[in-house]
Design a protein around this ligand. Structure first.
Ligand code: GLN
Length: 555
């Protein structure tokens, strides 16, 4: 088994996840099995309790992992770093939650094991105990999935204090695995100074020095740049960073991210890595063509539709990255670009004129997932607007719950209707805690998470979309549509179009006399792939295209 480590330098947010996924793709082009680990230096056990504004979206895996840090202690983990979405989309492979190794998990294991008495008589230290735990976790993934190549991306930037034990663990692992079995890729920023018209390599030189001072010599430098690196710059980086010039690779801005593996391949990165790893394999032309065909879908776009995305985490667009990608996939298969307008719903209270202008301007509304009460009235209002104006509407998770609240207020005339998450004392708790959640005392890893089977009811729009009675989708929620209100809603024009297998938890709703107003309790975006769009996103975008062409032909 071969290991490829990926570190980042100079600044965060370089798109290291896309680079890692693209490198993994190069091995898939060679018909090798790959798996990817992400090591996150923060002390949270998993990102589930993080606000998406901190680290981007919380991604949800298919499987739930029973994490046992020490004998007798168990935690459920399915919530992982957003990079896992990138890995799944590029590699078309479901990732296991144990592939996300956080400092929180590592320290928790070591400290609990100390309490149990596993290290009796010893002083517990970062080296060797923390580093050994990190290596153990990496090898456990290798053991479980037995890939030909295991890629390991280190979160953050070299030089961060929290990341040091991870870098030390990598140094030890490289030594233990021996020459020809590991490679180290360093991704850095190479700024272009407009005023003097030059690429600047100094930040890269400094970050490679930091790596070297941890005993790590990179084999490959990937330069994140505005445009293609020139030969002289590559030579300079090679010389100062101690790598051959063919190991300095350009990672310029691209219009379609799925082009990156092809861009790397054309620079010889795949073959170069295989030489370092002593892998005697050739690139498979068919695999390359297959990927090129996927890329072509994204470059042959004809029209445009706009989707308004009301929400509360609109400050950074990565908060909704899987939704953005699912819309792109659905757009490509409908041959349109989906332009997204993020709407911070606190605008509803601040500037309602602008708020309604935005609602009107969009072709459709996608009400986003979320938690808590900030900005929530504006979110409900977007659903009410869709109901009143028969605007295509897709509510995801919280967005589905808020659609139900809007329906209860608008159609059932329950003016006080709310969710107990928003207003614990509400007269009409039309959205309430899931029964099994009442006993939960803590907030980490205790939601209903991971993939669950869903029963889709016949004679619904949803059934037409999925064409199947049993589907599997991923969930992440604590609250649900209160079954006590479903009958009344169904007598007044709403349909519960999907439930769990027991029929107790409503998993989707649609509004009967409206064209396309749907809410889903699950997150279909997590399963959307560049070559296989999520059926519901596809149908949503198709509806927008259809309406737009009708409108255009009327003009
Ligand atoms: N806050 C809601 C719940 O816990 C919705 C969660 C979400 O949108 N992922 O049920």
């Amino acid at each position: 088994m071969k290991y490829v480590f990926v570190t980042g330098g100079v600044v965060s947010g370089l798109g290291k996840g896309v680079v890692t996924a693209s490198i993994a793709k190069l091995f898939q082009f060679r018909k090798l099995n790959v798996d990817v680990i992400k090591m996150d230096p923060y002390l949270n056990v998993d990102p589930g309790t993080l606000n998406p504004i901190e680290h981007g979206e919380v991604y949800v895996c298919e499987d739930v992992w029973e994490f046992e840090p020490a004998l007798g202690y168990r935690f459920r983990i399915a919530e992982v770093d957003q990079d896992f979405g990138t890995y799944e989309r590029f590699l078309d492979k479901n990732m296991h939650p144990s592939n996300n190794i956080t400092s929180g998990q590592v320290y928790l294991s070591v400290i609990l094991k100390e309490r149990i008495g596993e290290y009796l008589g010893k002083t517990i230290q970062v080296i060797p105990h923390i580093t050994s735990e990190i290596k153990k976790r990496i090898r456990a993934v290798a053991q479980r999935s037995k890939p030909d190549v295991l890629l390991i991306e280190v979160g953050g930037t070299v030089g961060d204090i929290e990341a040091m034990p991870f870098l030390e663990a990598i140094r030890q692992l490289r030594l233990e695995e021996g020459i020809g079995n590991t490679a180290l890729v360093h991704v850095t920023l190479i700024p272009f100074l407009e005023t003097i018209g030059q690429f600047k390599t100094k930040p890269t030189q400094h970050s490679v020095k930091v790596l070297q001072s941890s005993g790590l010599q990179p084999d490959i430098i990937i330069g994140r740049t505005k445009s293609e690196l020139t030969q002289d710059v590559r030579e300079k980086i090679g010389l100062f960073c101690n790598v051959p010039v063919e190991a300095v690779i350009s990672d310029p801005d691209l219009d379609v991210i799925y082009k990156l593996p092809l861009h790397f391949e054309s620079q010889g990165l795949g073959d170069h890595l295989c030489r370092i790893l002593q892998l005697d394999v050739r690139c498979n032309e068919n695999a390359l063509i297959e990927w090129q065909e996927i890329v072509n879908l994204y470059t042959s776009i004809r029209g445009e539709v706009t989707v308004l995305m009301p929400g509360k985490y609109t400050l950074i667009h990565d908060s909704y990255i899987s939704i953005n990608m699912a819309l792109d996939h659905a757009g490509a298969f409908n041959r349109v670009k989906v332009r997204r307008i993020y709407l911070d719903t606190e605008l509803y209270d601040k500037d309602s004129k602008k708020f309604y202008e935005l609602l009107e301007s969009a072709d459709g509304i996608l009400l986003t997932p979320g938690f808590g009460s900030r900005g929530v009235e504006g979110m409900v209002e977007t659903a009410r607007y869709a109901l009143k104006n028969d605007k295509p509407f897709l509510g995801i998770c919280f967005g589905c719950q808020l659609l139900f609240i809007a329906f209860a207020r608008e159609v059932l005339r329950l003016k006080e209707a709310s969710s107990t998450e928003i207003d614990p004392e509400t007269q009409h708790p039309v959205v309430d805690l899931l029964p099994e959640q009442r006993v939960e005392k803590f907030l980490g890893g205790t939601m209903r998470i991971g993939s669950h089977p869903v029963r889709v009811l016949k004679d619904t729009i949803l059934y037409n979309i999925y064409g199947s009675e049993i589907i599997h989708e991923r969930f992440r929620h604590r609250y649900h549509i209160n079954p006590k209100y479903v009958k009344l809603a169904e007598q007044n024009g709403l349909k519960a179009s999907a439930t769990d297998l027991g029929g107790e938890v409503v998993n989707a709703i649609e509004v009967v006399d409206k064209t396309w107003i749907i809410g889903v309790q699950f997150h279909p975006e997590f399963k959307s792939r560049p070559h296989k769009p999520s059926p519901i996103y596809y149908s949503f975008v198709r509806e927008l295209v259809k309406r737009k062409s009708i409108e255009d032909s009327r003009r």
